[in-house]
Write a protein that binds this ligand. Structure first.
Ligand code: SAM
Length: 285
């Protein structure tokens, strides 16, 4: 039966000897598709990152199926085992702790091995923090680049931002809450006035979107006792204003030579680049 562009199949959806890549909620347990639930119910085996985490989801939906762990540390050995079971005719569902498997989550090795072995790989699409964040961030979506997790050190992060700053698209990152303030400082230093969105705790009780320049968001978050929860960070394209690549000290000196005091020069440069005076001062040190 065809319903416009949609097609609903009423027969058994899962086919033996198939690897299903099943998206699961990123917080709100209601964010799971009917097809995902059916696939999990019909699977011979569910391979999951953390069996305890997936058990909570399965219990919530009354699904009693055998599970096995499949994570970064046992990927190599477990891949061979799972391929063998698929080849014997089983169907297997792969899930991660949250969202879409393989998106900054394990599974690539298994999918590649299944394809190499001629086994069908079927995605069961659903939530992912990338798409959820993009959908409501209010930044351009015609073209975006998902860059996964940022490196932990400032120097490495600034290098990443330097490499990406001329990309004419929205940039999406995953970031840990304990590093977000430092990361915002690095964005402010490299990408200056670009619009930034922090999508925190998507689909959960305390979901929030913070929008502004990196410097503005830094002020907002630094005023909180702590920053908690899961964060997806987005950086928009430069909005009409050309990025100023001039080193900050050079811009200040240029103003000083035109007769402006150093203090006023710092103030002007800070305003032009969407930074606080303190940040500009720090960057000149
Ligand atoms: N596979 C997942 C997906 O499809 O979104 C991502 C897994 S990755 C290991 C986990 C990271 O995704 C978190 O550290 C955070 O950056 C981001 N994330 C996951 N859930 C989120 C949520 N509810 N709100 C905001 N970001 C989230």
């Amino acid at each position: 039966m065809r319903l416009g562009p949609f097609q609903v199949t009423f027969h058994r959806t899962t086919v033996n000897k198939t690897l299903y890549i099943v998206s699961t909620p990123i917080g709100n347990l209601e964010d799971i598709t009917l097809r995902a639930l059916r696939t999990l119910r019909e699977a011979d085996l569910i391979a999951c990152e953390d069996t305890r985490q997936t058990r909570k989801l399965l219990d919530h939906y009354g699904i009693a199926k055998p599970v096995t762990s499949y994570h970064d540390h046992n990927e190599a050995a477990r891949t061979a085992e799972l391929i063998e079971r698929l080849e014997r005719g089983e169907n297997i569902a792969l899930v991660s702790d949250a969202g879409t498997p393989l998106i900054s989550d394990p599974g690539y090795r298994l999918v590649a091995a299944a394809i190499a072995a001629g086994i069908a790989v079927v995605p069961i699409p659903g939530p992912s923090a990338v798409t959820g964040a993009l959908a409501a961030a209010g930044l351009g979506t015609d073209s975006f680049r998902f860059c996964g997790f940022l490196p932990p050190k400032t120097s490495q992060r600034q290098k990443v931002f330097e490499e990406l700053k001329h990309e004419a698209c929205t940039l999406v990152f995953y970031e840990a809450p304990h590093r977000i303030l430092e990361t915002l400082e690095d964005i402010a230093a490299v990408m200056r006035t670009r619009p930034v969105v922090i999508a925190r705790e998507l689909t959960k009780l305390h979901e929030e979107f913070l929008r502004g320049t990196a410097a503005e968001l830094h002020v907002t978050l630094a005023a909180r006792p702590s920053v908690k929860g899961e964060i997806t960070l987005l950086i928009g394209k430069a909005e009409g204003v050309e990025e100023d690549d001039t080193p900050i000290e050079q811009s200040i000196r240029a103003l000083e030579t035109s007769g402006i005091s150093r203090m006023d020069a710092i103030k002007q440069v800070a305003k032009a680049r969407g930074l606080s005076k303190r940040e500009v001062y720090k960057l000149t040190l």
